[in-house]
Design a protein around this ligand. Sequence first.
Ligand SMILES: Cc1cc2nc3c(=O)[nH]c(=O)nc-3n(C[C@H](O)[C@H](O)[C@H](O)COP(=O)(O)OP(=O)(O)OC[C@H]3O[C@@H](n4cnc5c(N)ncnc54)[C@H](O)[C@@H]3O)c2cc1C
Length: 656
Amino acid sequence: MSPKQLEDMYDAVIVGAGAAGLSAALGALRSPAIEEMRASGIEPRILVISKLQPLRSHTGSAEGGIAASLGNVEHDDWHWHYFDTVKGGDWLVDQDAAKLLAEYAPQTVINLERQGVAFSRTADGHIAQRRFGGHTADFGGQPVRRAAYAADRIGHQILHTLWQQCVAAGVTFAEEWYVTDLVLDGSDDGGAHVAGVVAYDTHSGEVHAVHARNVLLATGGAGRLFHTTSNSWDLTGDGMALALAAGMQLEDIEFVQFHPTGLAHTGILLSEAARAEGGVLRNASGEAFMERYAPEHRDLAARDVVSRSIMAEIDAGRGVADPKDPQGPKDCVWLDLTGIDRDHMEAVLPQVVETIREYAGIDPATDWVPVKPTAHYTMGGIPIDTDGEAYRWTADVDGVDGRTIVDGLFAAGECSCVSVHGANRLGGNSLLDACLFGTRAGTRMAERIAEAPAADPTNDDVADAATEVDSLDTASTLRKRELNELLTAAKPADDDSAAENDAYGATADGSAADDNPYRLLADLGRVMEQALAVRCSAQTIEAARRTLHDDLMPRAVALHAHSDVAAFNQEVTAIWEARHLVMLADAMLDATDARHESRGSLMRLDYPARDDRRFLAHSMTALASPAAQHTDDERLHDVRWQPVHIVDFPPKDREY
Ligand SMILES: Cc1cc2nc3c(=O)[nH]c(=O)nc-3n(C[C@H](O)[C@H](O)[C@H](O)COP(=O)(O)OP(=O)(O)OC[C@H]3O[C@@H](n4cnc5c(N)ncnc54)[C@H](O)[C@@H]3O)c2cc1C
């Protein structure tokens, strides 16, 4: 679906149609500011652009639940949720934001229910809730049932419901359009404002300049940086890369969550709900080893704790090989679900059961399942405040906050960082973050729209802005030229040489003479996995950086398409995605390199302790301006440090 006509100027463009983007669209349209505008006869011009048909957004694959202290099954309290979130994030959490998250979680879930989300139910008809890692009562006491769920298909329910509500509200979508550029006007040191985005309509092959006074990025995560990931092929960190390229910083980008239970060989997620329902992790000798690492919470300790414990078992020689490859590396452990009643398992974990049957060819009611940690969630992202407004951080001076809002730029969901997840996200908090802060961003955007609506005939600025040849038009012209070059370089492969190529199109001698983005992504995934998966050190970071700079970056620049047809040419978007990932990988390596401590999901073998004195701070990573580039090494980024907002819970040791 494409918009019937492109407006000269939009009030707002939302990039992304997962839980965050759709929540933002609804938040804006249902806000008092827009209602008033409509009452006076002015319709808002809001466009949602998505590179996927919205119902294919990755939110649809969320399985286990959404966190909220509803207290439907046992007593719960939002203050406990607040504390768990701060502790789960290893105190790298902005507590003002986490407080909002926990306080408004019950209302967020109830709103979702009222819009149509079909939650699983308790016997007396309330929304059912299950245990999840790190959810506790009494500020770190016994586990509590806090995750509201819909069997193990909560994301599917939420995504469909929000999309239906958007369709009912008349939201305009540009589906299967790929945003290639975020364009900001103004100075680099603050005072910048949004000009719009450049987007590629994959159906027609045309590039468009889309002028907008507000742009909200809700493009999801970047799991495809790693070979083993629970993320689908589309999670290529586009929004974060667009922001970085436009001169923004990324916050805490070194924190990537590895979920403990990815199905061996595939990385496909087996939800934490499997352990919540009674699943137990076992090593090669059948020992339920989590009792040793986290005596109180065992298999339901926070994810970083469980993933590190699995890797420790594997390193100690107590791992197992995937039964599909018995002679292969012993880099898995067992997930034992056999203690769960078969009928109950089918009822509450249908997705987990189906995945194991389809992809491992075994029966989880009788067989142990091989699992290993899988790249799952990017805690960091585009820095935003609690109203979704993106900012640049310089330095706090004389008690004055060093955040400068970029006029009209918003972000929400996994590509953003309001800093509720800190160094490690708790299960169920991501959908909550996307829905709650997505809605809040939409509401704030609506206030800005109402101040100067694009469709207001009395608003002269709109006509001027739309006819001006500005930086957006320049960016669009450059992108058209680049597309042309990508396509012109396409040479149809002759049959003989094609026969000698491998599955990714590499030549028989392994050279990159006929490279392509899929091959590049496979190589990048392996490099990043070796460098950063679950643990890292200066050595692994440096090795990856060298490969990135000497091999992967030049190859990314040299990529070209293999068909010269612009319409439906998926290789073109894959090239841009690969370039985004390469760019992001470099930023991630530099941010990781700069943090000389271990915290949450980041385990540095060379700095094994948490260091609150130096690093109770958010890393703020931006491309270094050419003049400021380091001369003594190869780093291309500047990393600054923004203090964490501590409100109620001073840092202390983190034990489960
Ligand atoms: C397997 C799995 C299970 C999970 N289970 C849970 C769970 O039980 N509970 C929980 O809280 N969290 C869970 N999560 C995490 C959670 O699902 C995600 O963090 C959340 O859904 C992200 O939502 P989002 O709206 O930010 O992004 P997405 O849903 O990923 O949407 C991104 C959108 O951006 C669009 N887009 C991206 N780039 C571009 C571009 N360049 N141009 C145009 N459009 C673009 C895409 O088309 C898409 O519409 C799970 C994650 C995974 C991978």
